[in-house]
Design a protein around this ligand. Structure first.
Ligand SMILES: Cc1cc2nc3c(=O)[nH]c(=O)nc-3n(C[C@H](O)[C@H](O)[C@H](O)COP(=O)(O)OP(=O)(O)OC[C@H]3O[C@@H](n4cnc5c(N)ncnc54)[C@H](O)[C@@H]3O)c2cc1C
Length: 1012
């Protein structure tokens, strides 16, 4: 009868001394196969599976459920035949007795040989060869870190051992004094066999070397003994890394070790095939170590070679096997030349290793070409991996290469990756990596450029689709050669991948941010000249001045503020405030309040509006001067790429003083290190017959620049254009008492607003008989003069209409006017009428930037201001980008339309699996109380991450409500976070929580249905 195998309480963490038996997953007498989970135990931190690595039959005495068992003590036994099974339950403590056999292995596990032939007197603990990976069955003693007689404390490293893959420390979790017989340095010791002993007292220690070598001795003295018992699976090493175990795969089993490694690497176990019994995934499956014997797989005959060969070391053999297995891969090579200069500079500036920066660039390029990160899996499967784990060769001290794996290159930032890499390299050099730190790469990089190698390629091995070889710099750049597996990627894909990688490496600022301040060396009059004093220019100038730079703000008006203050946001909201009061008084009746017909005093309103404008203009100028911005009144014209003429020709009383066409401009020319173009975009008047004449000659046509000159409120109007400005004006004048017709050429209003919200708003606006919205209209002609203007238009059915009104207001958008600015002299590129910039607001000229309306996109004041701050940050060398996907806007109608982030259609167009949830405002108590029940709120979320990526509102007070939505989107908040936030009652903000919970719940339910 063979000695039974003891199933012991495993040590799952450094600090674990005991565990509680939670359940038995097998019954006494059940057949157990290698990799089976037999029990679950609870430690101080988690519930874990206990798996065994032997075949046999489960035998008692079994540690009872809920009993506490010390680490290393017996929980149960495995016997080789059904006849040997004992059905007894162990009396507590579980370790007291094994089955009826004299060869029972007594706990603790490592003390199996306490009473063995070599053990000294008084031994309290046997230090055994640990099993450091699933496949390890022996190790070589490299060194003893403690001497015989040394005091050993819990957690001390007493020796180092070499496995087939690395050198590892042997840690002891007991106290005592080290005693021989010691396994000699360089001897090979089977897993579980004694390396040395611990004794209670120093005098008991035996200064002896075990001879002959332990493995040989075991073979001699125990010829009948089967392979040594495997100790607890090496979960300790994995759990020490702190990773959360991966979720169990659906419909299959996975060992705890497999789950732990998968958790550490972010591997989805559903994508891993299991080689354990019944398809259970074991650690080796996750590590990709279950590749069939390479030589056998390739089927090459072994060729006899003359000479006296020495046996390969384990490491040499492992490398040899892996390399031979690469012959089973149909690979090809693609080379391109990449200039590394900018990347090296940028890496240095950020204190990052160039190797890590290249790895990050490789991962970023894979976002476009994910197949580069996949791999072929026998038979005829592709493993589609998302986590980019890059293995990069490091020369080990004393020769040889180790390939540590830098994990999560796609998602983690450079700083985090760099920290990891430093640590990995340090330990790799000493060959002290844990198995999960040098296995399972999804892509590899070999950089021999540092050795001056002009060209080379690298060998791709099973488990990856591609490896990148980087050679030394040449005039054309460094050759980057990819060796790729044609079963996974084709030549064109690799070529395109290399092209994308080249772009990322040669333009690192596009993803790494600026590598330093953008101001070139020089004796400039101004470090930075900002041209245009609206929200974009002013915010930019203030931030730059805050960094202590010498800043000039060139503006063609006596006061800063731009369109926003003088002709846009602020005056229109002053009118809106009056319109709101009139509207509210009309609606107060439901609360029992009647004040009769409210009257508008136009003169008073205009006085109030002008006072606000002037006060704010004055405040702005004082603030600018206070923060040491030099305010330079005049019209800026670029003379060349470092000089600007501040044109002060013309009449100084004219706020827009500048030379007229044909006149020689007067003024001062100043030099600048950097410049920021923030010149805005005036109203655009389309070529409708009579429109320009109406504007310039007879005053019958107004724009958002001239409407402020009205001396009384008009009674009848046509507004052309259903954008934000047109709609706001139309409804303001309707509330002031006018009859308004709004004509829009497109088939809907508010192109930038979510379609359902825009449709709903159209219906609300059309509800009032004094305002009519016509879409799909073609305005044919405008004629007449102020007070009596005729507008002829065709409706969507082609029917002709003619209407007579006092004025036409053009709300037909805004376009930058770049004439006279001299951008061409500075070499600044313009595309489709706007200055082209990247997300850091850089033009094609490295030291010239542009922000606000002049660059197109969302023409809003807060957008301009944010872009101004982005340009300032880039100029001073900080990393900041403008993200339109998180920008917002409000259309100040009643109810107001507001948005932040993406609509569901926009999200889907970007490839996001998005969902939305909506609620009508009418269900809200506060909305009912105030009789403000028109509208709705929509939340758009990413189904995968459950992050909120867009919020769209039509509601009274949406201008305030959208503030919370802005925080949700810009803060990447999840549905759960918003759903769990406590919103005050009764307020409309409660709807945000309600919507988030509703969508969460829907997603939860649909996920469950899918699993079924
Ligand atoms: C009626 C109306 C209502 C609006 N309401 C809102 C709102 O509620 N919310 C919102 O966010 N946005 C609103 N806007 C839009 C907002 O006004 C603009 O988006 C914003 O002002 C753009 O800022 P900017 O800095 O790019 O340009 P601007 O504000 O246009 O400033 C540019 C400045 O540069 C000057 N300039 C031009 N060329 C030169 C030159 N060569 N040299 C020197 N100076 C020059 C201009 O005269 C101007 O003062 C509204 C616009 C209008 C017309």
């Amino acid at each position: 009868m063979a000695e039974p195998y003891v199933i012991k309480m495993p040590q799952l963490s450094d600090t674990m001394t005991e565990g509680v038996v939670v359940s038995w997953e097998k019954n006494v007498g059940d057949q157990v196969e290698r990799g089976d989970i037999v029990a679950t135990i609870e430690t101080d931190k988690a519930i874990m599976d206990v798996e065994v690595f032997r075949d046999g039959f489960l035998s008692g005495p079994l540690a009872p459920v809920d009993s506490t068992v010390a680490v290393g003590d017996a929980m149960a036994y495995l016997v080789t035949s059904a006849g040997e099974v004992q059905h007894a339950e162990a009396a507590a403590p579980a370790s007291s007795e094994g089955p009826a056999t004299e060869q029972v292995e007594r706990p603790p596990a490592a003390d199996a040989s306490v009473t063995g032939s070599g053990a000294p007197q008084g031994v309290t603990h046997t230090i055994t060869m640990p099993q450091l990976s699933d496949t390890m069955n022996e190790g070589v003693v490299v060194s003893w870190e403690k001497s015989v007689g040394d005091k050993v404390e819990r957690g001390d490293i007493v020796a180092t051992v070499e496995t087939d893959k690395a050198i590892m420390d042997v840690e002891v979790f007991r106290e005592g004094f080290l005693s021989g017989p010691l396994a000699p340095v360089d001897s090979t010791v089977p897993v579980g066999s004694p390396l040395a002993y611990l004794v209670d007292r120093k005098e008991q220690s035996v200064d002896e070397v075990a001879a002959p070598p332990v493995s040989a001795r075991r073979e001699e003295t125990q010829p009948e003994t089967p392979a040594p018992p495997a100790p607890a699976p090496p979960t300790a090493a994995v759990s020490a890394s702190g990773a959360v175990p991966a979720a169990r795969p659906q419909g299959r089993g996975a060992t705890p070790y497999a789950r732990a490694i998968a958790g550490a690497r972010g591997t989805d176990l559903n994508r891993v095939s299991g080689t354990g019994p019944g398809g259970v995934i074991v650690g080796a499956d996750v590590l990709g170590a279950h590749v069939a014997s390479p030589v056998a797989a390739v089927g090459f005959p072994q060729v006899d070679v003359p000479g006296d060969g020495r046996t390969m070391t384990k490491l040499e053999k492992a490398i040899s096997d892996t390399m031979t297995s690469s012959l089973s891969m149909p690979t090809f090579h693609v080379t391109t030349y990449v200039k590394l200069g900018k990347l090296i500079k940028a890496s240095k500036a950020q204190g990052a290793s160039v190797t890590v920066t290249i790895a990050k660039a490789c991962a970023l390029a894979m976002q476009q070409f994910p197949k580069m990160n996949w791999c072929y899996q026998p038979q005829d499967k592709l493993v589609e991996r998302t986590s980019v784990d890059i293995g990069m060769a490091v020369a080990a001290d004393g020769g040889g290469l180790v390939v540590p794996v830098l994990r999560g290159c796609e998602s983690r930032d450079l700083e985090a990756l760099n920290g990891d890499w430093k640590d990995l390299v340090e330990r790799a050099r000493k060959r002290r990596l844990k198995p999960d730190e040098y296995t399972g790469s999804t892509f590899q990089i070999s950089n021999m450029g540092m050795f001056g190698v002009s060209h080379f390629d690298a060998i791709a091995t099973p488990g990856i689709a591609a490896i990148l070889a980087i050679a030394a710099n040449t005039e054309q750049g460094s050759p980057f050669t990819v060796t790729a597996d044609h079963r996974v990627v084709n030549g064109a894909e690799v070529a395109m991948y290399l092209e994308a990688l080249k772009e990322l490496i040669e333009q690192p600022e596009s993803w790494m941010g600026p590598s330093g301040p953008a101001i070139p060396e020089g004796d400039w009059d101004y470090d930075v000249l900002v041209v245009g004093g609206g929200p974009g220019g002013e915010d930019c100038a203030r931030d730059l001045a805050g960094h202590g730079l010498k800043v000039g703000l060139v503006n063609d008006a006596p006061f800063p503020g731009g369109e926003c203050l003088w002709r846009g946001c602020i005056p229109s909201k002053a009118w809106r405030a009056a319109a709101d009061r009139l509207r509210d008084r009309l609606n107060d009746g439901h609360l029992g309040i009647s004040c009769g017909q409210a009257q508008l005093d136009w003169g008073k309103l205009e006085d109030s509006r002008r006072t606000v404008l002037e006060t704010r203009g004055d405040m702005a100028l004082k603030t600018d001067k206070g923060v040491k911005i030099k305010y330079l009144q005049g019209f800026g014209r670029f003379v060349d790429e470092h000089h600007l003429l501040i044109d002060t020709s013309g009449n100084s009383k004219d706020p827009h003083a500048r030379a007229r066409p044909g006149e020689k401009p007067r003024g001062e020319t100043v030099s600048f290190g950097c410049a920021v173009v923030a010149t805005g975009a005036p109203p655009f008047v389309p070529p409708i017959p009579g429109a320009i004449e109406g504007l310039a000659e007879n005053g019958g046509v107004l724009t958002s620049d001239t409407v402020w000159m009205l001396d009384k409120q008009p009674g009848k109007l046509v507004v052309i254009g259903g954008g934000a400005i047109g709609l706001e004006m139309a409804q303001i004048f309707q509330d002031f008492g006018a009859q308004v017709t709004l004509l829009e050429a497109q088939d809907r209003i508010l192109a930038e607003v979510e379609p359902e919200i825009a449709k709903h708003l159209t219906a609300v606006l059309n509800d009032d008989p004094r305002l009519t919205v016509h879409t799909s209209v073609k305005v044919e002609k405008i004629s007449g003069k102020a007070g009596a203007v005729t507008v002829k238009y065709k409706d969507s059915d082609g029917k002709n209409h003619s209407t007579k009104v006092e004025y036409v207001i053009m709300g037909t958008g805004k376009r930058p006017v770049l004439d006279g600015l001299g951008l061409e002299k500075a070499g600044v590129a313009v595309d489709k009428g706007v200055v082209s910039v990247d997300e850091r607001c850089r033009t094609n000229v490295p030291h010239i930037f542009a922000v606000g309306d002049v660059i197109g996109g969302l023409m809003l004041a807060h957008t301009a201001a944010q872009q101004g701050r982005v340009a300032a940050a880039t100029i001073v060398g900080e990393d900041m980008r403008y993200a339109q996907d998180k920008d917002c806007g409000v259309i100040f109608t009643r109810p107001e339309a507001a948005f932040v982030g993406l609509s569901i259609d926009q999200a889907k167009a970007r490839g996001i699996d998005a969902v939305e949830v909506k609620v009508p405002i009418s269900i809200d108590a506060k909305a009912m109380i105030n009789n403000e029940q028109h509208g709705m709120i929509k939340i758009v979320a990413d189904k995968h991450t459950q992050r909120i990526i867009g919020v769209h509102l039509l509601a009274d007070h949406a201008d305030t409500l959208v503030g919370e939505a802005v925080m949700m989107v810009s803060g990447n908040m999840t549905l759960e976070q918003v759903g769990n936030a406590i919103h005050p009652h009764p307020t409309q903000t409660e709807l945000f929580g309600e919507l988030a919970r509703r969508l969460s719940s829907r997603l939860r339910r649909s996920a469950k249905v899918k699993v079924k």
